[in-house]
Design a protein around this ligand. Structure first.
Ligand SMILES: [Fe+2]
Length: 382
C-alpha cells in the first residue's frame, strides 16, 4: 500500500522553553555576557507579582537558563513550585525565603547581598523583601530549559503533586546546618555540601594549586541538586590556566577587574569579555576559556553550573579533567603550552592599568617562553 506524504506541520521544531519565555513576556537578554546584573532592566512580572528579566546566553545552549528577579520593597513573590532545579544568588538587598512541601513541613531563612541558596526540588517557595525602602535583586539559574524541552508540558512542571523527600524532608536545620567539607582524592579541590552560603564574597576559600594563578576556590553541592556552584579567587597581576567543559556555567564576577578569553581550537581569534563586579558570562560548551586579573585587588567569581560531583548527568555536562593537562587527556592548557599572544596581551593590559605582572611567582618559564619565536602550541600559531 502506498502512503501519501503530507507536509510537515508548521509548529514542529518548537522549543517548549522558548515558547514559555515568549508567554512570560519579560525582557530577554542573549549574547555571550551581561555587563552588570545590578543594571539589567526588569519589567513587571504578573505571574510572580514581582519584576524580572530572562537571560538566555549563548553558552547555556538551552541546557540551563537564568533570570533576574526583583522583589519590590516590602513585597513578596507569589508562591510557586516547579520540577526544575533553581539556585539563587543575591545580587543586592536582603530578605527571606519560605519553603514548604505538601506534607506541611515549612522552613524559612534570611538572606542578604552575596547569599547563595537552592530551592529544594518542587517545594513551594516564596521570597520576601526584608527592606521597606530598597528592592531586592536576585539572580536565579535553573534547569528549566532542559526540563521543559524534555517534558513539553509546562503546566505539569508547575503543578506536580509530589514531595521529593530525598531532597527535602522537613529537616529543622535544612538551611542552617554547617554541612560537610569534602576533599577530592585526585586533586586539591574542596567540595562543601551545604544548602545555604551567607556571603560568597567573604567566604574563606581553599588553595587550588592545579589551576594556577595562586588560586583558591570551593565547590558547593546544594540541595542534592545536579545544578551546583563554585567560588574562585585569584591574585593581583595573575591569570589562571585555560580550561574547557560543557555548557551552562554562569560565571558571576563578585570582586575585581579583568577580562576572560574564550576560543575554540577551530578559530584563531579570541572572544574577550571584560568584567567588573556584576558581570556575568557563560563560556559555550567545550570552548577554552581563561580568566585574567588586571585590577588592583584579588578577583573573585561565583559560577552556577552543571558538574555536580555527587550526581552525574551526562559526560557533556559533567566537568571532567578540568584541572588535568590537555596533553594527557585532560581539559586544561598548561602555561607552557598556551598561545604566546595570551601572555603578551595580559602584560599589555596590566601595564595600561599600572598593575605589576606577578606570573613569574608561579611559572618563571612563562615570560621567557612567550618571547620565543618557536612556540609549541596546542594549535597553530597565527
Ligand atoms: Fe570554566
Amino acid at each position: 500500500m502506498e502512503t501519501q506524504a503530507v507536509p510537515l506541520p508548521q509548529e514542529w521544531g518548537r522549543s517548549a522553553y522558548r515558547s514559555f519565555l515568549q508567554r512570560e513576556g519579560l525582557p530577554l537578554i542573549g549574547g555571550l555576557a551581561v555587563d552588570d546584573l545590578k543594571r539589567v532592566e526588569v519589567a513587571s512580572w504578573p505571574r510572580l507579582d514581582a519584576r524580572g528579566a530572562y537571560i538566555q546566553l549563548t553558552g547555556a545552549e538551552d541546557t540551563d537558563g537564568a533570570y533576574v528577579l526583583e522583589v519590590p520593597s516590602g513585597g513578596a513573590t507569589t508562591a510557586e513550585q516547579h520540577l526544575f532545579e533553581e539556585v539563587f544568588f543575591v545580587v543586592g538587598g536582603r530578605g527571606s525565603t519560605e519553603i514548604w512541601n505538601r506534607a506541611g513541613a515549612r522552613r524559612s531563612f534570611e538572606w542578604q547581598t552575596g547569599s547563595l541558596f537552592a530551592i529544594p526540588l518542587n517545594t513551594f517557595h516564596r521570597l520576601h523583601n526584608g527592606s521597606g525602602r530598597e528592592p531586592a535583586r536576585l539572580l536565579a539559574v535553573t534547569t528549566a530549559p532542559l526540563l521543559m524541552n524534555l517534558l513539553h508540558n509546562v503546566e505539569f512542571i508547575f503543578a506536580c503533586p509530589a514531595d521529593f523527600t530525598d531532597r527535602f524532608n522537613g529537616e529543622d536545620d535544612y538551611f542552617s546546618q554547617p554541612g560537610t567539607l569534602y576533599a577530592r582524592p585526585d586533586s586539591s579541590q574542596k567540595i562543601w555540601e551545604t544548602n545555604f552560603v551567607a556571603d560568597v564574597a567573604r567566604l574563606r576559600l581553599h588553595d587550588w594549586a592545579e589551576r594556577g594563578g595562586g588560586g583558591k576556590h570551593v565547590k558547593f553541592e546544594l540541595a542534592n541538586n545536579a545544578l551546583v556552584a563554585h567560588a574562585s579567587e585569584f591574585q593581583v597581576g595573575t591569570y589562571k590556566k585555560a580550561h574547557r567543559h560543557g555548557p551552562g556555567a554562569h560565571v558571576v564576577i563578585l570582586e575585581g577587574q579583568g577580562y576572560s578569553l574564550m576560543w575554540t581550537d577551530q578559530h584563531k581569534t579570541f572572544d574577550e569579555v571584560s568584567w567588573k563586579p556584576g558581570t556575568m558570562f557563560v563560556p559555550p560548551g567545550l570552548w577554552w576559556h581563561q580568566h585574567f586579573n588586571t585590577g588592583s585587588t584579588p578577583a573573585r567569581y561565583l559560577a552556577i553550573r552543571w558538574g555536580s560531583t555527587k550526581w552525574k548527568v551526562t559526560r557533556y555536562f559533567d566537568h571532567q579533567g578540568i584541572d588535568k593537562n590537555a596533553k594527557e587527556g585532560g581539559n586544561q592548557i598548561e602555561y607552557a603550552d598556551q598561545d604566546p599572544r595570551i601572555h603578551r596581551r595580559f602584560v599589555e593590559r596590566c601595564k595600561a592599568n599600572g598593575v605589576q605582572v606577578k606570573m613569574d611567582e608561579f611559572v618563571p618559564s612563562v615570560i621567557a617562553r612567550s618571547a620565543a619565536t618557536k612556540w609549541r602550541s596546542h594549535r597553530e600559531a597565527p
